[in-house]
Ligand binder design. Structure first.
Ligand code: GUN
Ligand code: ZN
Length: 437
């Protein structure tokens, strides 16, 4: 008997399988998660073809090459829903809060990305770091320079990853060399969409940085562009720090709130992705829920820049779509493991202990849903693109001695979520292909 999946590109990956099939904030854990102590994933032609108990899947597909990861946990690759790859080299810069941090560290670094060679160098470094951390999909801001987005997409395409990016648009309150105009932001963004959106696994996000750095004319031009390309994502920042919100109020006395400054210019919709979203008013939460827009929790950044406590429980209870992100380089890590640890700690400070399944869901399917790509990445569902990681649950002596005491899979995995980093990433497959990490 010949096996229909025994083609040269088929591969069986064995390990412990945590298959989160539903949102564990909504569905009881026992229904949301399938766990196989000895599990298998069959991949072929870049996609997941079957999953289940290893003995069943292996018996059904004899002759397929096997990669046995032993005790490691197989998961979808992490999805980082809000990053600034151009801030790679200034991550962990000391002592400033948001607006000072932008002016002191971020803007001078972003000015360098007019140089295509520098942009290419940092894009390569960024993908090296994030893939080693088990992150297989990111949604990144560029700088105002189209060359920054070209470099990111060229590198992402070469690595075969699913990735999103957009040219960051700013036409006020930014230094010389880092401002575009309403018209050039529209024209440059449109040219990048035409060149890159939908090429291989790449997608474009229309990217006004935030209300303080875009004139109403620029916000309106980008809102019009989104109307022309409604299948693009639109990403921006929302209500990150109290000073920033007061500034937005001064700039827009007519607006009901911060979100209203976007809504008034055609920049609120289901494919809108709003970073941080910490200090929201009830009307803003209602509008986010009604429109199906997503917010992105950036916990290491929110602690590092001193922004505040994200209201996870309230937003999830209200039905708002929530993703998880490092916010490199306002965040202090490239790792979604470190980010889950920070999300747990911020949850504790805000009064809710997040379950490890909820943390893992946020870092995979939750972020993928926020980016409207849960049908292709972020899960182990059959038909999904085979972006997979193997997590070593004993990657350091401190983690290993804790995991040894575990009485179930959640106790075994939680120490790695709290204390793990890129040393815990035992293997990464992108579209079914193993990559060196
Ligand atoms: N708000 C506007 N721009 C930025 C940025 O680059 N990082 C963060 N954390 N917040 C922002
Ligand atoms: Zn950001």
């Amino acid at each position: 008997m010949t096996d229909q999946h025994s083609g040269a590109t088929a591969r069986l990956i064995l390990g412990q399988l945590i298959d989160i099939q539903d949102d564990p904030f909504v569905v009881p854990l026992t229904q949301a998660v399938q766990y196989h102590r000895h599990g298998a994933i069959l991949v072929q032609d870049g996609r997941i073809v079957a999953t289940g108990p290893a003995d069943t899947v292996c018996a059904a597909h004899p002759g397929v090459a096997v990669q046995d990861m032993g005790e490691a946990v197989l998961l979808p690759g992490f999805v980082d829903a809000h990053v600034h790859y151009p801030q790679t080299a200034i991550i962990a810069s000391w002592g400033k809060r948001l607006i000072d941090w932008l002016n002191t560290y971020t803007f001078p670094e972003e000015q360098r990305f007019g140089n295509a060679d520098y942009a290419a160098q940092i894009a390569a470094r960024y993908f090296d770091l994030t893939l080693a951390a088990g992150t297989t999909t990111v949604c990144s801001y560029g700088t105002i320079h189209p060359a920054s987005v070209e470099a990111f997409f060229a590198e992402g395409r070469a690595r075969g990853v699913r990735a999103v990016a957009g040219k960051t648009c700013m036409d006020r309150n930014a230094p010389d060399g880092l401002r575009d105009t309403a018209q050039s932001a529209y024209d440059d963004s449109k040219a990048l969409i035409d060149r890159w959106h939908g090429v291989d696994r790449l997608q474009y996000a229309i990217t006004p940085r935030f209300t303080p750095t875009s004139t109403p004319e620029q916000l309106a031009a980008l809102g019009a562009l989104w109307g022309e390309y409604p299948d693009c994502l639109m990403q921006t920042h929302l209500s990150e720090q109290v000073d920033e919100i007061a500034w937005v109020g001064d700039l827009h006395p007519e607006a009901r709130d911060y979100l209203d400054t976007y809504e008034a210019h055609g920049l609120l919709g289901a494919r809108g992705v709003y970073g941080h979203a910490i200090h929201l008013k009830p009307r803003e939460v209602d509008r986010l829920a009604e429109t199906g827009a997503a917010v992105v929790h950036c916990p290491t950044s929110n602690a590092f820049i001193g922004s505040g406590l994200f209201q996870m429980a309230a937003l999830k209870a209200r039905g708002v779509s929530v993703g998880l992100a490092t916010d490199t380089g306002g965040g202090s890590s490239f790792s979604m493991l470190r980010t889950m640890a920070a999300a747990y700690e911020i949850g504790q400070l805000a009064g809710t202990a997040l379950h490890p399944a909820q943390l893992l869901w946020l870092a995979t399917a939750g972020s993928a849903s926020a980016l409207h790509m849960a049908d292709c990445v972020g899960t182990l569902a059959v038909g999904s693109e085979a972006d997979i990681i193997a997590l070593d649950l004993g990657s350091t002596p401190a983690i290993a001695q804790r995991a040894e005491r575990a009485e179930d899979i959640w106790e075994a995995v939680f120490p790695t979520l709290m204390m793990g980093d890129d040393r815990a990433i035992a293997a990464v497959w992108v579209a079914g292909q193993p990559i060196a990490v």
